[in-house]
Design a protein around this ligand. Structure first.
Ligand code: NAD
Length: 362
């Protein structure tokens, strides 16, 4: 099969969908990999490494789309890419169709097979191609929080770990899933004083077992959240209710009980945010201030650490890319359940119930 890897075109997107080792694996199995020159540069991966691994380099995305049966990307195709997509061609990437009716209609029109990373459910029922990005965002949230707590960034001027004789920062993590657990572990490593809150008792029991001694595991109710907000130097928003908007756990008036110069990193902003005063920001202008509290609400946090994110994503996608290339789309969808979950549109027909009902296409 001919597998195509175009460069990403979305702004602030530095990831690439395939590592040289992926090219090596595909070519060893007899497939051809056609790659757009320079596609890996944002992640510090050079053309000569891809050439050495066996890729054929071409100058434009058009040549990639013209030749490949299977296109591997990171982000959904943008409008200039739509006319390049051929009927029957398969695209394997993040689509997030429910967020865009125009994208959904364009893919139906193109007659493409759209396999979405975000709905691939592995043998254990996990959304395993979302997990690596939640791990990145969770760990990164503490790094960003540390930065914006610095005085020149308008923060309180607090060092996360304190020093001998001076108390460390207090960090409150709202939500103890993948993002929250990763944030809490890194915060604990900084020797901060950490609290992690969740509503799932099973999850709280698990976190209590695995977290270091400087992480307190607490039930998330309104009273506890308000107590935490009074103490916190850094609040990390990491809740998710699958398929729904994030609940507002921090109300606008709560900011007044927080310390001036404290920082909120609302990772859940891509689902509307769990802080009432959050609004989406970008890496170019990541923060704004409301009632003396610094808000960081970047919707694509992993984009800033493109190299780490590329490796984390490709480690997770490669087994599925190999299965798709080896079997072909039709047989892979028929025989491999996780890939069947990934199918959102097949031959221009919507096959994912959530997408179909969002746009009344059922
Ligand atoms: P997850 O499902 O693993 O965890 C969510 C947790 O929230 C669960 O443990 C759930 O029990 C808990 N929760 C639900 N309601 C709660 C409440 N009222 N109080 C406390 N906890 C509550 O999800 P995740 O992978 O950790 O993702 C969290 C959020 O981060 C999602 O919105 C996801 O889209 C987002 N995210 C954002 C970025 C970014 O770049 N901004 C990157 C990755 C993930």
């Amino acid at each position: 099969m001919i597998v195509g890897v175009p460069a990403e075109t979305k702004s602030d997107e530095y990831r690439v969908s395939m590592l040289p080792v992926g090219v090596e694996e595909l070519t060893r199995r007899g497939h051809t990999v056609v790659m757009q020159a320079g596609a890996g540069l944002g992640s510090g991966l050079f053309d000569h490494d891809y050439l050495k691994a066996g890729a054929e380099l071409v100058a434009t995305a058009k040549e990639v789309f013209d030749r490949a049966d299977l296109i591997i990307k990171v982000k959904e195709p943008l409008e200039p890419e739509w006319p390049l997509i051929r009927e029957g061609q398969t695209l394997f990437t993040y689509f997030h169709f429910a967020a865009s009716q125009t994208l959904t209609e364009a893919m139906i029109q193109a007659g493409a097979n759209c396999l979405a990373y975000e709905t691939l459910r592995d043998q254990n029922g996990r959304l395993s191609l979302l997990t690596p990005m939640s791990e990145v965002a969770g760990r990164m949230s503490v790094q960003e929080g540390a930065k914006y707590l610095e005085k020149p960034q308008m923060g309180r001027g607090i060092l996360l770990g304190g020093v001998p004789g001076v108390a460390p920062a207090h960090i409150t993590v709202l939500g103890g899933g993948i993002v929250g657990a990763n944030a809490a572990r890194i915060a604990a490593g900084f020797q901060a004083d950490v609290a992690i809150l969740d509503v799932s008792l099973d999850r709280l029991r698990y976190l209590d077992d695995v977290m270091p001694a400087n992480v307190n595991v607490l039930f998330s109710d309104r009273h506890t959240i308000q107590e935490q907000l009074k103490r916190a130097d850094l609040v990390i928003g990491a809740v998710l209710i699958p398929g729904a908007k994030a609940p507002h756990l921090v109300h606008a008036e709560d900011l007044r009980i927080m310390k001036p110069g404290s920082v909120i990193i609302d990772v859940a902003v891509d689902q509307g945010g769990c802080v009432e005063t959050s609004r989406p920001t970008t890496h170019k202008e990541p923060t704004f201030i409301v009632d003396e509290v610094v808000h960081y609400c970047v919707t694509n946090m992993p984009g800033a650490v493109g190299r780490t994110s590329t490796f984390a994503l490709c480690n997770a996608t490669l087994p599925w890319v190999l299965a798709l290339a080896d079997k072909g789309t039709e047989a892979a969808v028929r025989e491999i359940e996780p890939i069947r979950h990934a199918a959102n549109i097949l031959g221009g027909a919507v096959t994912n119930l959530a997408v179909a009902s969002t746009f009344d296409l059922a």
